[in-house]
Design a protein. Structure first.
Length: 105
């Protein structure tokens, strides 16, 4: 029994490489947009001078009583005003009302 190994054509390898690059660029672009949006949200709730914003997790939640859907972001950032690293949750409710549960150390 003779098992032959067929090589992929160069055209296929180039197409796969281009698809990987496009996916990586798309991922980084969406990550950057999410962080920019959260910077605006944090500035609107009182954290004006921040840097190194990282969105750890984004969850879609539903209130059991009212059945309204909302979004919860788990964030980490550095507050330059108080020289502290902060981590916590930002809850986006209806009508773009935001509540926070952030702990700074």
């Amino acid at each position: 029994m003779n098992n032959e190994i067929r090589k992929l054509p160069k055209k296929t390898i180039i197409i796969i490489g281009i698809m990987i690059v496009i996916a990586l660029i798309g991922f980084l672009f969406l990550k950057d947009l999410k962080e920019q949006k959260l910077i605006e949200i944090l500035q609107s709730i009182g954290y004006k001078n921040i840097k190194d914003v990282t969105v750890i997790n984004k969850l879609s939640v539903e209130d059991a009583e009212t059945r309204y859907r909302s979004t919860v972001y788990k964030v980490k950032f550095y507050n330059q005003d108080s020289n502290q690293t902060c981590i916590g949750f930002v809850h986006k409710e209806r009508d773009n009302h935001y509540t926070k549960d952030i702990d700074c150390k």
